[in-house]
Each structure stands twice: as C-alpha cells, then as structure tokens.
Design a protein around this ligand. Structure first.
Ligand code: GRF
Length: 197
C-alpha cells in the first residue's frame, strides 16, 4: 500500500505552479500523489493540463451557491469524498472562509509571491519595487484564518535589480516559485515539517 499523501491542488488560472507539482509528483519517490485539481473558474487554463495528465478535475464556482459558507461546504464534501490528505493552493484567487481554514488547518498550504510577512495580498511585485527593498521572493506557508499569515514552510529570495519592472521581477519570482513549491510540498507530505502555531 502506498503511503503517499493524497493531494489536491486549487487553482484559478494559468496553473504553472500546479504543473510543477504534478511533474514533481510523477517521480516514484515523491511523498505526495496529486489526485485532483479544483478550480473556482470554469475557464482556468490549468484545468486542461490536469485533464491531459489524467488527473480528475472539478469546478466549484461561488456563482452556483448561495454564499461563501455553502461554497466552502461543497468543496469540503468533495475533498472528503476524494479522501484528501493535503491541499495546495496554487494561484487560487478566492478567499476560503474561517470554518474551512480551521477544518483543514495543518493540511492546507499556499504559495505567495513575496517574502512574507512583507506584502500580503495582491500586486506584490510592484509594491516590492516601490519599497526600494534589496530583496523580494516567494513563500510557501500553512494556511490559517488570517490571509497570508500562517507558519512559513520555506522561502526563496530573489534580489531586486536596478532596472526592474513588475513584469521582469514577476518572471524571476515565478521561476523561484516553481522550485520552491515542489520542495515545500515534499517537506509536508513526508512529515519533515508539521503545522505549529
Ligand atoms: C503565482 O505567482 C502565485 O504565487 C500567486 O498567483 C500566481 C499563480 O500563477 N498566488 P500560476 O497559476 O501558478 O501560474
């Protein structure tokens, strides 16, 4: 019997981080198995890649539910029916409610394009340039009720350059994200890193 952790990835769009996780998990020795991809957007590009990789996909759109609580409950039911151990948020541009975050605490991780706790929220690359900091980067962390605030699993530093634009910086940070996320998921799935407050 495999002791790989059943992992589901949540996306909203392009899904390049999702792709890197799927590729990493195709290695026989990787401690997580990607068993599904869930999107809140029907037209998320990443869904096509997941389908081609023979991974089951589902769209759970808030538009189909009365409120956030009902949407989150539908996601939880699906995860339970899939026997999910871990959840990776990878460009999932929808805030999950407090009840959902508490229910899955310790099992849900997120990638964020900044060196948290700096620049929580959106538009991180422009904010990093405007701050004139010397370093920017990315973080994988456990998800808690407060957005972009849970315990940090790992970070990669991306130094800022004098001629940086938002676009140039975003490209370099994305390469770092693609290295960081497969490593961070492996840490959690293998039990090397556990949730702690
Ligand atoms: C990434 O920069 C991620 O950190 C942020 O949204 C972007 C998603 O990109 N939360 P992709 O969908 O993984 O290509």
């Amino acid at each position: 019997m495999s002791d790989k952790k059943n992992t589901v990835i949540f996306i909203s769009g392009r899904g390049s981080n999702m792709q890197k996780l799927i590729e990493a998990a195709s290695d026989a020795n990787y401690p997580a198995k990607i068993i599904g991809v869930i999107s809140n957007k029907r037209d998320a590009q990443g869904l096509e890649f997941a389908k081609k990789a023979d991974i089951k996909t589902a769209v759970i759109s808030p538009k189909d539910y009365k409120n956030k609580a009902d949407t989150d409950a539908a996601i939880s039911s699906l995860l339970e029916s899939w026997d999910v151990d871990l959840i990776c948020l990878a460009g999932y541009m929808r805030l999950l409610g407090a009840e959902f975050c508490q229910k899955w605490q310790g099992k849900i991780i997120n990638i964020h394009p900044s060196l948290l706790p700096q620049f929580k929220g959106l538009n991180t690359h422009q904010r990093a340039i405007d701050s004139q900091a010397s370093d920017h980067g990315c973080t994988v962390h456990f998800v808690t009720v407060d957005m972009d605030s849970g315990p940090i699993i790992g970070q990669i530093i991306v130094p800022l350059q004098n001629d940086d634009t938002k676009e140039k910086l975003e490209k370099r940070v994305l390469i770092a994200e693609h290295n960081l996320y497969p490593w961070a998921l492996a840490q959690v799935a293998s039990g090397e890193v556990n949730f702690s407050d």
